[in-house]
Design a protein around this ligand. Structure first.
Ligand code: HEM
Length: 139
């Protein structure tokens, strides 16, 4: 790190150039959803417009952009919002494949690619909901 303080911390949102990056990422992703035999039946609407907007704004917010998602939708509660859909190994894999290919289309910097993929891997694993029941101590 330079000692003159010239290094500046930026959010990933800034590093990729802002909202347009997330719009293009989500466009690519939903184009793949539309032709994916595992994913397409899960998505309730064939008009992907509103769903695209939700995912775009969520990701932009997560990575340091404007908080429009929460202004419009409140707390993300992603686990709860995914309950209506059965997300098993196949769904998780197809989702990750579609997202990875969409990231690669945009040819981001290597560090950006790694950060996005590490985040998506963790989040997608967390959203799996087809596992055996797990009992917790209290209701
Ligand atoms: C693991 C595989 C996944 C599957 C099968 C899946 C499936 C879905 C489906 C069917 C919807 C409803 C579409 C809509 O109308 O908005 C949805 C919404 C959404 N998903 Fe996923 N998803 C997955 C992983 C993820 C991950 C990893 C993220 C973020 C890191 C994510 C973020 C969202 C968001 C932000 C919404 C909109 C929530 C809202 O209603 O505001 N999903 N997902």
């Amino acid at each position: 790190m330079p000692s003159d303080g010239s290094e500046r911390e930026v959010t990933l949102y800034e590093a990729v150039g802002g909202m347009l990056f997330f719009e293009r990422l989500v466009d690519g992703f939903y184009a793949r959803v539309g032709t994916d035999p595992v994913l397409s039946p899960l998505y309730p609407d064939t008009d992907y417009g509103p769903a695209k907007r939700r995912l775009t704004l969520f990701l932009a917010q997560y990575w340091g952009g404007p908080t429009i998602y929460s202004d419009e939708r409140g707390h993300p509660r992603l686990k709860m919002r995914h309950h209506p859909y059965v997300i098993g190994a196949a769904e998780q894999q197809h989702w990750m494949d579609a997202m990875t290919a969409s990231i690669d289309d945009l040819e981001p910097m290597a560090e950006v690619r790694t950060m996005l993929l590490e985040y998506f891997e963790k989040a997608a694993e967390h959203l799996r909901n087809d596992g055996p029941l797990r009992f917790t101590g209290s209701a």
